[in-house]
Design a protein. Structure first.
Lengths: 411, 296
């Protein structure tokens, strides 16, 4: 009898000491993410971090993720992958094996997410990303990788099709882009959509991200004098291209970027020089999207401004959409933390069945994990603000075309 | 005929673009060359001094609307003071130790400065956009951006000013004496540690000025430093390690070669050519193309 008592006592002490076994300690969802918080994609990664923090704060203010009437708060763990894909994979492995987080959210940048998602696949963690969209991410037969964004080549469709509604329609285009996964695919996307509109690509070049001086490249483009310049870009590339375009004194009738101008820093940095620029986007506050957590797209836009002093970029809202998708799936399945491998497999299976309207728009994943229900749009900088110009049914204002040359602009 | 004109115009434009880019390379490499020439230190936080200079200009322009060119004295002073303090407190302790010690020391400082800047200013990309940003003038079909022309001019003036200072000024002569024979300089009463601090402050100041200059046409962010250090290293190897006019010659040469490569081949190769040149020069002519640089 004394032996049995001692055994019971030891079992109780063990329950208190072993982390995760005590119910009180595990009553929250620990969610991890590896992001580029420094390095060349540092700014973009910090935007995604802000988006996840905004989602977590909103959910926690409502009591957390609700399972059978009980709220489980969310705790986020962010690791800096330094814009390095190998580091991203290493950190995600740490999240899965050492930190043993319940869920993993997608990072930023196709190269990093490409490496990280191989690890989440291995450890059976569903990962929904709002910051990576290269086609190759969806061509690996992975079951655990999802994206709220459309595919990279699809994303730029809005930019090219904007040319289709112009009168007179542009006849020639130059395509340039940095030679990394997302931007090189965006450049390929431009090329394929140009064919549909019979616009002739007169110049095509991919360049390394480390390129310092864009002037020589843009002088070559200037000599071809295309009607449109289409750029496969991230923020830093978009900024460099605009600076160089002014230095070489060249402004085609239309300039479009795959990513960059929707980040608030673009207009802030370039001021009036940002006018006329067109950018691919997948979300705009004037679209009629809404959900029960964040309200309408317009409401989210304003609330975000109140919190961060700036409006959200579409990648941020896509990331919030991704976090919502994971949250709703967990809630639907009634899973409580800590989540086990079996739970994560069920989440993956349920994500394929998801068809939900969110503040980001409709989310429905295809068999390859890409969001199949999200139409690309195009925005343009007009009077210091981004306005939706394509598709016609969502357009706030008509496209400003042709862009004025640098000399014609009032400074 | 039109086609021929276009071919000639493209070639001339490539030359001018390369020459102006070479001026940019020269202006931020001369401080690196000076510090190496006198102290035999490969300063790995050289790029962070550029970053400090660029951010000084950025903040003065953003907060107080001071014209970037008028901020240059402050950029020089801030980088100079920082360089002086780091030299007195840290570099002096390793300056006469084996080279590996100074590499480790300056590499550590590079990490500290880049991360402190990241904490202070976040990872945001920033640009200095003035009313004249990107403006230029045309000579026939050739476009010349004003800010780069100003940098190019300053690069030439700076090179000659340093050269004059080292050749004619009393302090400059002390620096040269210390770089040629430390023991003899000590015997004639030159305070070597003061000379090193002066050299470092001077080199850092020029580098800070370069940061201020490039902020008007390049994107600036806390972790921008390392690529600049790498390019400065290549420029200085090309021109001759420690030979001040070599930074100008190496910079111009690299700028022109890169521009011609980008124009007639691809932009990707223009980046690779930097390292191919470095490799070739280190093997075939380690004293630099002028044959005046130091070889260790």
């Amino acid at each position: 009898m004394r032996g049995l008592k001692a055994l019971l006592l030891m079992a109780m002490i063990s329950c208190l000491l072993i982390p995760g076994l005590a119910r009180g300690q595990a009553a929250k969802f620990r969610i991890g993410c590896a992001l580029p918080l420094t390095g060349v994609f540092g700014r973009d990664g910090n935007l995604v971090k802000d988006a996840y923090a905004y989602w977590a704060d909103t959910i926690n203010a409502k009591g957390g993720i609700t399972i059978k009437g009980r709220g489980y708060p969310v705790e986020l763990l962010f690791f800096d992958d330094k814009s390095d894909q190998a580091e991203s994979a290493k950190l995600v492995e740490r999240l899965a094996t050492f930190e043993k987080v319940d869920l993993i959210l997608g990072g930023f940048g196709s190269d990093s997410v490409f490496a990280a998602s191989a690890i989440t696949e291995k450890y059976k963690y569903p990962m929904v990303s709002g910051g990576a969209s290269s086609n190759k991410l969806f061509e690996r037969g992975f079951k655990y990788y999802f994206s709220t964004l459309g595919k990279a080549t699809e994303e730029v469709r809005g930019c090219v099709e904007t040319a289709g509604i112009l009168n007179p329609r542009p006849k020639t285009a130059a395509i340039i882009g940095s030679d990394v996964l997302f931007t090189s695919l965006a450049a390929e996307g431009y090329r394929s959509y140009l064919k549909n509109l019979n616009i002739e690509p007169v110049y095509f070049e991919l360049f390394p991200l480390s390129l310092d001086d864009y002037n020589s490249l843009l002088f070559k483009v200037k000599q071809k004098n295309p009607d449109m310049l289409l750029v496969g870009s991230h923020l830093v590339v978009a900024l460099k291209v605009m600076k160089a375009l002014k230095e070489v004194d060249y402004m085609p009738k239309m300039v479009a970027f795959s990513y960059g101008p929707t980040v608030p820093d673009f207009i802030k940095s370039l001021g009036k020089d940002a006018e006329y620029v067109i950018a691919a986007a997948e979300w705009a506050p004037n679209l009629k999207y809404k959900d029960a957590v964040f309200g309408t797209a317009r409401q989210l836009n304003e609330a975000y401004f109140k919190k961060y002093g700036r409006y959200p970029d579409y990648v941020e809202v896509a990331s919030i959409g991704g976090a919502l998708a994971e949250q709703w799936t967990v809630e639907k399945l009634g899973l409580v933390p800590p989540l086990k491998e079996g739970d994560r497999i069920r989440i993956m299976e349920e994500l394929y069945k998801l068809d939900a309207m969110t503040v980001y728009g409709r989310i429905k994943f295809g068999p390859d994990g890409a969001n199949v229900e999200h139409p690309p749009i195009a925005v343009q900088v007009q009077n210091g603000k981004l306005v939706t110009v394509f598709p016609k049914e969502a357009a706030e204002k008509p496209v400003w075309y042709p862009a004025k040359s640098w000399k014609e602009r009032k400074q | 005929m039109e086609g021929e004109k276009a071919v000639v115009a493209l070639f001339l434009q490539a030359l001018v673009t390369g020459l102006l880019m070479g001026g940019v390379y020269a202006v931020y490499s001369s401080g690196f060359s000076l510090i190496f020439g006198v102290m035999n230190i490969v300063n790995i936080f050289h790029g962070e001094l550029i970053m400090i200079g660029a951010f000084t200009t950025y903040w003065l322009f953003t907060l107080y609307h001071v014209d970037p060119f008028l901020t240059l004295p402050v950029s020089i002073l801030s980088a100079s003071l920082l360089g002086y303090a780091i030299q007195r407190l840290l570099i002096n302790r390793v300056v006469e130790a084996p080279p590996m010690m100074s590499y480790l020391c300056t590499f550590g400082i590079h990490l500290i400065l880049a991360n402190l800047a990241l904490l202070a200013w976040s990872a945001d990309f920033r640009t200095v956009t003035t009313s004249y940003s990107g403006k230029g003038f045309s000579i026939g079909p050739i476009t010349v951006p004003l800010a780069r022309l100003a940098t190019f001019t300053i690069a030439i003036v700076t090179t000659f000013a340093i050269y004059w200072f080292l050749e004619k000024n009393r302090h400059g002569k002390a620096i040269r004496a210390a770089s040629q024979d430390k023991e003899m300089a000590r015997l004639v009463g030159i305070d070597i540690r003061k000379v090193y601090a002066l050299t470092f402050a001077l080199g850092a100041g020029i580098t800070g000025m370069a940061g201020g200059l490039i902020s008007t046409y390049f994107v600036i962010y806390p972790q921008m430093g390392l690529p600049y250090t790498i390019i400065a290293f290549c420029v200085v190897v090309l021109g001759g390690m420690g030979y001040i006019p070599g930074a100008l010659i190496g910079g111009l040469l690299l700028g022109i070669i890169q521009s011609l490569t980008a124009t007639y081949l691809t932009s990707g190769l223009s980046v690779a050519i930097t390292f191919i040149l470095l490799f070739v020069i280190l093997i075939l002519k380690p004293q630099g193309i002028m044959g005046r640089g130091a070889v260790e």
